[in-house]
Design a protein around this ligand. Sequence first.
Ligand code: ZN
Length: 124
Amino acid sequence: MSCYLIALAKEKKLTHNNLKNQTWAEESIIESSHLDVGVVKCVSCGQLFIYCFREYTSPDWEDDMWTFWIPATPEDIEEVKKNIDVLSGFIEELVNKRSHICWGPNNKVSWVEGGCDWSSLIFS
Ligand SMILES: [Zn+2]
């Protein structure tokens, strides 16, 4: 993958503004009060990402906002659509296993190599 957004994320130089201004929203797959999933595309190279916004309310009623951009192929996106009935669990798996860009409640944008093993916490 040669997308400069991914390269910037790996160098810890990617900002939320980069992502906002340099990706197109291609498609919305689901929009709900606590989970949005869609497809965005890098404006300059066309790299596709599965976009996921998750609002997670912790047991002590803190609202945490998480956004994930998972580099994806058109086949990956078809798989997401096939799993629309179990989307939260399907996205949890993707975030768990796949390298991705994460914008978390600490307001930092980071590259998560190989996925994060705690994704079940916020998608449960
Ligand atoms: Zn790109």
